[in-house]
Design a protein around this ligand. Structure first.
Ligand SMILES: [Zn+2]
Length: 196
């Protein structure tokens, strides 16, 4: 997960107004959930809410706080919409499960952290057709290579959001993954970084 996040952060650092990033890792295990919650990431009082409640009394530093856990399959995150982005001085929780193969959860970790960073209300000023509420239209399935692979923001949404938005190559997903961010994702983060 560290290498995946470093790859994404480097890409953003080198191509946007972001002029600093830091990845801190702690092995303090919050002991949230158990195997019987296996699919409970976002629904009901799921892993995201539990992690938020765990973090809240600790007065966490500004930034995205990603819980990586083998108790859930998917991931979810608070979105940075309407000014609550971590690029605007907030902290936000995100969770990602590691039950699926490594390539999936590496992209998933990037995906959830970027939800914390992305503010649809800022991107919408640029082009109201650019992005849906959930940011997934910023991703796409890349054509070519050994197989058509999905970018982080379309990971898990390959059959719908990948073909929407400005970034779409119209290719069929072939169960392959790349941590490379689309130009739409990079441009959106750049707009937000400039806005704040
Ligand atoms: Zn998402």
């Amino acid at each position: 997960m560290q290498s995946a996040l470093e790859s994404a952060c480097d890409e953003l650092y080198n191509n946007t107004a972001i002029d600093y990033y830091e990845i801190a890792i702690t092995y303090d295990h919050p002991s949230l959930g158990n195997d019987s919650d296996s699919t409970t990431g976002c629904n009901g009082y799921g892993m995201l809410d539990r992690f938020n409640d765990y973090l809240n009394p600790k007065n966490p530093p500004v930034g995205s706080h990603l819980l990586v856990t083998d108790y859930i399959q998917n991931g979810c995150a608070n979105k940075g919409n309407n000014g609550s982005t971590v690029l605007n001085g907030n902290w936000q929780p995100a969770v990602v499960g590691t039950e699926f193969p490594k390539e999936v959860w590496k992209n998933g970790g990037i995906h959830e952290v970027l939800h914390n960073c992305l503010d649809k209300s800022v991107i919408e000023d640029y082009d109201s057709t650019y992005i849906d509420e959930s940011h997934h239209d910023l991703g796409k399935v890349y054509c070519g290579g050994l197989a058509n692979n999905t970018s982080p923001m379309s990971t898990g949404y390959e059959n719908d959001a990948a073909d929407r938005g400005h970034c779409s190559d119209g290719c069929v997903f072939e169960q392959a993954y790349t941590t490379n961010l689309t130009s739409c994702t990079v441009e959106s983060i750049d707009q937000i970084a400039n806005q704040y």
